[in-house]
Design a protein around this ligand. Structure first.
Ligand SMILES: Cc1cc2nc3c(=O)[nH]c(=O)nc-3n(C[C@H](O)[C@H](O)[C@H](O)COP(=O)(O)OP(=O)(O)OC[C@H]3O[C@@H](n4cnc5c(N)ncnc54)[C@H](O)[C@@H]3O)c2cc1C
Ligand code: FES
Ligand code: FES
Length: 1331
């Protein structure tokens, strides 16, 4: 078949409008063409780019609506399809869709970067199921990540559409807290608050024009791009002909395997064959002995087909189908399952494939077709291993897959363990099948395959053969485990690491299978022929069989209502919706990269070091500069001013200090060209020594960034001599990636006059960007204006780094004279920017037998990376905050920041507190274990009780701390539940529950007065409208909303009169970073000051005409030449710390809180489920309880991520492995505790702050540790029962790997006994190192 040299027209629809692309490039994805849809990972892993696609099914001719992640959708795949984006669903200009309205009204948006994706996932669900079940809702949102909200309010908004939901269904009563009058919130998503959902409105249907593919063309379509040609045949015959002609060309279906490989591994396929229009690949046929499913069916369709078959057939026939269904529920996200095809899944043969192990044991066969004819091959271990003799021929395609029914006496099961339950690639999975001789427990046939334990899916064929003829009993189990460990061998250096864990899972899964089958046999054979041999399973062991089902979280949020005398107009203290909430939901909220392309704009990409510590010997740019579109390369030599500091250069010169250090930047016409150029640059290095990555190595080499920080009180040595017992221990806390959904981005626009620059940047500190650009370009600060409209999440990661990116882009703009846009890929962002400091802590604690702690000595080391950044400050804060809520007379805290060859770590929500205090709380648990008392008793005994002084002699009153603690114990019914947990643990051997309650004293603010100053500028215009500007940045924490609440109260006008446009260094100069939880406090004071000045000026006019309107007063003021613009200023809270004396008043105030969490762990897999969390937080008089609860919940879930799933792994060469959502797991919607309650403590007065409110941005983070301690509590219960030492090294995160290995048992023992293959000399190092 000839391939035409001219491209066909690509026709599709976007929001009902026809799009005709005359030169469609197969390498362009839909994401590149859309604006309301966000880029956050580019790998299909976060859902930020979700839209709905509507396509006519080639077989049924019905239109299917499904969600997709546009970053993986090539535009060429859209021929004839209709795309609905968030803009098409509804807008502020026209009409809001109820999904948009409800997510905003339920406070489901903070930074709003994830919101368009959330809206589209929900919208698509409703398009298909107008009244979905809560499970369907959970499934639909499982692939959408949110780093801000903690998901609860998003889910709450979705639940309002669900059939069975009636508000929060508090405590199973079926009623909503809103109706029970327990919650003052009038706008937290009550059904009646929102307009009725009208899916049948014409607005919906014009988006999916029915004419789109009614008569699908049968001719072949061809689209030629710069490097790739896309061919889409219209008939099966043409497809086979094309495959014969281009045997090397892959078939492109969902692009979820090809796409990521082309992106991250740089695989280029000059020809792609798209069989999307071939109906033969979508045929499904049912026979008496099995089911044939077309290879082109999506995994979502496969799920539906299997579910239907399961409902039609007797249970014995559907064993394989049910096993497949089990994995199809947790495989990837809804969006990926909608896109990915069965054929693509099988042919990709990923070692982690969730379906191939089951299909293999289920004896599935592959129906292949080529021009030569058809043939069948088994989906066997040889096929999975890619043996040529068992594989497809290059000209063959997979047409369909045949999966036979199971039979009586046959059992099939599937197992899977991943870092978290949903949307995570499995660490290990397995498919297992056994067939018994009829009426007996004699094994006639057995097949076991594993994924994740090698380069391909592995079959344990030999072991299975050796077990044939054996009885299904304990002896067989023991032998099988030994054989499996022997056959499924994993070397210590195996990619992916976690070797011992994976080996343990190999046998643990088999044990689960053994028990499952035993249970089934019990039902089938009564009585069993030889009862002596028939092992009874005690009820205590049955818990091994239960999986953790996905449960839809419930919860209640409690806060105090405002005084009934407060004027209605006064919004302070009310749960006002985020100002941008609706715009977030419609995609109209503009982020930095949404700014339309400006005239002559160029793109920048960064070249980073691939060596951890090396001299740069040579750089060859020649090939890169030849790439069409490449304009220039920016090096350190182009910097007219200063290149950062001596120790922290913007662009490396001669030497690099870590992998990911920026060396130079490429400027090109497009982002793609700039990135292609980078691949062509050759840099040679000479390695330097010593290379240091870990804290241990840094201590060994005495490699530190700053002097030790120390605080001491009492006489620690003397105290240790007088105590009953002393315990020493170690605690390891891993680092954390900020994973703000909006990666770092900046747009620098040089102006034609006076070297002026406009910089649009995603930052928490625009003044720092401005200052850095000024020193880098050597131009005065007054020529540079930084604008921040909103930031898509910061969490501390956008305080220091944006200045680096802004300065490099500014050098590019100055040199080329063009506007420069720099948008970091997720991979680069994670590689370059660094995150939370990992910590290693050693403690020695002396205590009396009653649990009273008399002496505590803690030494902490944090991994600062290769430059100082904030590491010294983080060390100081860590030491200052280590005592947490405890009064211990004799204390010594020491801390040091290690200098290593890793990217520099920086500020992160909590600023050292979440890591350091984990050490303190671990001491408490260790003391409890030694005293034989529950940890909460030790906590209570040692907690501050009365007005007192901290270790640094700052006086404070712990009354609210005690109140939070007591309320939390009460609200969570802690003591009862502690007993229930103990009862549960007695009854269950393989599942254990744990419960923990943690108190918190969190100090807010910076330890310096000058950092607490703030300014605001308020203009009143002649129509009475007011423009407020202040020094804080909108990061999603709702600061702008709170500022308008303040201005509204002060000026006594409704919020609708007020507006905030952006944060700009031209409006408010010399601002402080929005950080340390005090943004709203200090800027609120400045706004208040400005408003009070203005009101004072207006007073004579108001007095003269008290019945006048605001507009009349303003008009009069203007007539009388009264200035209607005022600057407000707040000089800052007094704060200082004298490190010489170890004394000071470093913090303006404390936030107190307590959290109780209960979990259940699976001792065989290490998985856990969060049963319930109760948080009580002292917010004093909250400015906006909806926003504050949002901050608490979001921070809690982020903290839970830190302590349970988020794990950074580096190669032995210092290269970060975890550079995207697939390797780095932040919590997903299914990680929210099943019951999640948050209460704000009824107000106490804090006169210092604005209206006695408190800053709650960071504190909730540490409360996530209650989940960690609940997990360790459960682990301790398991260890106690197994008679293993109860004190164990505390390591955070408590990943499934850690939990499984800590719950040592006969299976972990087998793994240790059965040695790993010896490491060959070429692989002397493990796969990954910890920082
Ligand atoms: C974010 C994300 C999360 C994921 N999570 C999981 C997970 O948890 N568990 C899991 O098992 N998998 C997971 N996957 C992998 C996913 O299942 C596979 O990528 C997917 O099934 C591949 O299907 P596709 O249609 O997209 O293949 P494509 O990318 O379109 O094609 C893949 C390959 O298959 C070949 N091919 C496709 N169809 C045929 C055919 N009919 N005949 C011959 N060759 C064919 C192509 O030539 C190509 O080489 C995940 C993927 C992503 C992107
Ligand atoms: S899924 Fe597309 S950007 Fe993350
Ligand atoms: S609101 Fe979800 S990522 Fe910010």
């Amino acid at each position: 078949m000839p391939c035409p040299s001219r491209s066909d027209e690509l026709v599709f629809f976007v929001n009902g409008r026809k799009v005709i692309e005359r030169n469609a490039d197969p390498e362009v994805t839909l994401l590149m063409r859309l604006t309301g849809t966000k880029y956050a990972c580019g790998r299909g892993g976060c859902g930020a780019c979700t839209v709905m696609v509507s396509k006519r099914d080639p077989t049924s001719q019905e239109i299917r609506h499904f969600s997709v992640t546009t970053c993986l959708v090539p535009i060429c795949s859209l021929y004839g399809a209709a795309v609905t984006t968030v803009e098409g669903v509804g807008s502020m200009k026209t009409r809001l869709h109820p999904v948009q309205e409800r997510i905003a009204k339920s406070h489901g948006t903070q930074c709003g970067f994830c919101t368009p994706g959330m809206v589209m996932s929900m919208y698509t669900l409703l398009r298909n199921h107008p009244q979905p079940s809560e499970e369907q809702l959970l499934e639909a949102l499982g692939g959408n990540l949110c780093r801000c909200t903690g998901y609860r309010p998003i889910l709450a908004s979705g639940k309002t559409f669900c059939l069975e939901s009636n508000g929060c269904q508090q405590k199973g009563t079926g009623k909503c807290c809103l109706d029970l009058g327990e919650n003052d919130s009038s706008s937290l998503g009550r059904k009646s608050d929102v307009s009725p959902f009208a899916l049948s409105s014409p607005q919906e249907y014009h988006l999916t024009p029915t004419r789109m593919t009614e008569n699908p063309e049968k001719r072949t379509l061809t689209f030629h791009g710069e490097r790739v040609t896309w061919i889409s045949p219209g008939t099966f015959k043409d497809l086979l002909e094309l495959k014969a002609k281009h045997p090397e060309a892959p078939l492109i279906l969902g692009n979820t395997s090809l796409g990521p490989a082309m992106r991250s591994k740089g695989c280029l396929h000059p020809i792609l064959l798209s069989p999307a229009r071939i109906s033969e690949l979508n045929v499904v046929s049912k026979t008496n002995d099995g089911l044939t499913i077309g290879a082109g069916c999506s995994l979502a369709q496969v799920k539906d087909i299997l579910a239907e078959r399961v409902s039609e057939l007797p249970e014995e026939k559907t064993q394989t189908y049910r096993a497949l269904l089990k994995h199809l529920k947790s495989l990837a996200s809804q969006q990926i399952r909608n896109m990915a095809s069965l054929g693509g899944h099988i042919i990709s043969r990923h070692s982690y494939s969730d379906l191939n192990p089951i299909l293999a044991v289920g004896n599935a066969t592959l129906n292949l077709t080529s021009e030569e004819g058809t043939r069948r091959i088994p989906l066997s271990e040889h096929f999975l291993a890619g043996l040529a003799s068992a594989d497809l021929k290059p000209e063959e395609i997979l047409e369909s897959v045949y999966i036979p029914h199971s039979q009586k006496w046959e059992f099939v099961s599937a197992f899977r363990q991943a870092q978290c339950q949903q949307n995570a690639l499995p660490d290990v999975n397995a498919g297992m099948r056994v067939l018994f001789k009829e009426g007996t427990d004699i094994i006639e046939d057995l097949s076991i395959t594993y994924g994740g334990v090698g380069a391909a899916t592995v079959s344990a064929h030999k072991s299975c053969q050796q077990l044939l003829g054996r009885q299904w009993d304990e002896l067989m189990l023991d032998e099988a485990c030994r054989r499996l460990l022997d056959e499924v061998s994993l070397p210590g250096w195996a990619p992916g690491g976690r070797v011992e864990f994976k080996r343990t899972l190999v046998v643990s899964f088999f044990f689960k299978f053994y028990l499952q089958v035993l249970q089934e046999l019990k039902k089938l054979i009564k009585p069993f022929p030889n009862s002596r041999r028939y092992p009874e399973i005690s009820d205590r062991f049955l818990s091994a069989l239960e999986d953790f089902p996905g449960t839809v979280p419930q919860g209640v949020q409690r806060y105090q209502s405002v005084d009934s005398h407060q004027p209605l107009q006064d919004p302070v203290g009310r749960p006002v919706m985020h100002l941008s909430g609706l715009k977030h939901a419609t995609g109209e909220a503009e982020f930095c990269d949404d700014i339309p392309m400006v005239d002559k704009e160029l793109c920048m990409a960064l070249v980073t070091s691939t060596r951890a510590y090396a001299k740069i010997i040579s750089i060859d740019l020649s090939e890169a500069l030849e790439i069409p579109g490449v304009v220039d390369v920016i090096t350190a030599k182009d910097i007219p001013g200063t290149n950062g500091t001596e120790d922290d250069k913007l662009l490396a010169v001669d030497e690099v200090l870590c992998v990911g250090q920026i060396i130079f930047a490429v400027v090109a016409e497009t982002d793609v060209q700039a990135k292609r150029a980078i691949e062509k640059i050759k840099i040679t290095y000479e390695e330097l020594e010593p290379i240091i990555f870990t804290i241990k190595d840094a201590i060994k080499h005495n490699s530190f960034l700053c002097p030790e920080k120390k605080l001491e009180q009492g006489n620690i040595e003397e105290a240790f001599e007088k105590v009953d017992q002393i315990v020493e221990g170690e605690v390891h806390v891993g680092g954390q990636e900020h994973f703000y959904m909006e990666t770092q981005r900046v747009l620098v626009i040089p102006k034609t006059e006076d070297k002026e620059l406009d910089i649009y940047v995603s930052t928490q500190d625009p003044a720092h960007v401005q200052k850095t650009v000024s020193s880098t370009l050597n131009i005065p600060i007054n020529r540079i204006t930084c604008h921040v409209k909103r930031v898509g999440g910061g969490f501390g990661g956008k305080i220091g780094r944006p200045a680096v990116f802004g300065a490099i882009a500014a050098v590019g703009a100055l040199k080329t004279g063009h506007p420069i846009r720099l948008v970091l890929d997720r991979e680069d962002d994670m590689l370059i920017t660094g995150g939370r400091h990992p910590l290693f802590g050693k403690y020695k604690v002396g205590f009396m037998n009653n649990g009273r702690i008399k002496a505590l000595d803690i030494e902490c080391f944090i991994n600062g990376g290769c430059t100082l950044d904030d590491s010294e400050l983080v060390t100081e804060f860590l030491i200052l905050k280590l005592e947490n809520a405890y009064k211990i007379r004799n204390l010594r805290f020491r801390g040091r920041a290690c200098l290593t060859n890793l990217p520099s770590n920086t500020a992160f929500r909590g600023f050292g507190f979440p890591q350091g205090t984990l050490v303190t709380e671990s001491c408490i648990t260790a003391v409890a274990a030694k005293c034989g008392l529950p940890p909460e008793k030790i906590r209570e005994k040692n907690m501050y009780r009365t007005v007192d002084k901290t270790i640094y002699k700052q006086a404070f009153n712990p009354e609210s701390l005690i109140r939070c603690w007591n309320e939390c114990l009460d609200a969570s019914s802690f003591h009862n539940r502690r007993k229930q947990v103990e009862e549960f643990n007695k009854k269950n051997y393989w599942k254990k529950r744990g419960i923990a309650v943690i108190p918190m004293k969190f100090s807010v603010g910076f330890a310096a007065t000058s950092y607490h100053q703030a300014a605001a500028l308020v203009h009143i215009y002649t129509d009475g409208s007011v423009l407020v500007t202040h020094g804080g940045n909108e990061l999603g924490q709702g600061i702008h909303t709170k500022m308008l609440q303040v201005a509204s109260r002060e000026l006594k006008i409704p919020m609708s009169h007020l507006h905030i446009c952006e944060t700009s260094t031209a409006m408010v100069p010399n601002t402080i970073a929005t950080a340390a939880s005090v943004g709203a406090d200090i800027n609120g004071k400045a706004v208040q000051n400005a408003c009070q000045i203005l009101l004072k000026r207006l007073e004579p006019i108001i007095k003269k005409n008290p019945e006048g309107t605001w507009e009349e007063w303003i008009e009069a003021a203007f007539e009388q030449r009264i200035s209607l613009s005022a600057t407000g200023y707040f000089r800052g809270y007094k704060a200082f710390m004298d490190w010489e004396k170890g004394e000071g008043d470093p913090f303006p105030y404390y936030v107190y809180g307590a959290a109780c969490s209960e979990v259940e762990i699976d001792c065989l897999t290490g998985a856990h489920k969060k049963i319930r969390t109760d948080i009580v937080m002292d917010a004093c008089c909250s400015l906006n309880p909806a926003i504050d609860i949002g901050q608490i919940e979001g921070a809690f879930i982020q903290g839970m991520g830190l302590y349970t799933t988020e794990e950074l792994k580096y190669s032995p060469e210092g290269v970060l492995y975890s550079r995207g959502p697939d390797e780095y797991k932040i919590p997903t919607i299914s990680d929210v505790p099943e019951e999640f309650n948050v209460s704000l403590l009824p107000s106490s007065q804090t006169p210092l702050t604005i209206y006695s409110s408190k800053g709650l941005g960071e504190s909730g983070m540490f409360l996530g540790s209650s989940v960690f301690f609940a997990i360790t509590d459960a682990v301790a219960a398991a260890r106690k029962e197994r008679d293993i030492a109860e004190d164990f090294t505390v390591k955070s995160p408590a990943t499934p790997e850690w939990v499984r290995m800590a719950c040592a048992d006969r299976f972990t023992e087998m793994v240790y006994i059965c040695p790993l293959p010896l490491e060959p000399p070429s692989h002397p190092t493990p796969w990954a190192i910890f920082k």
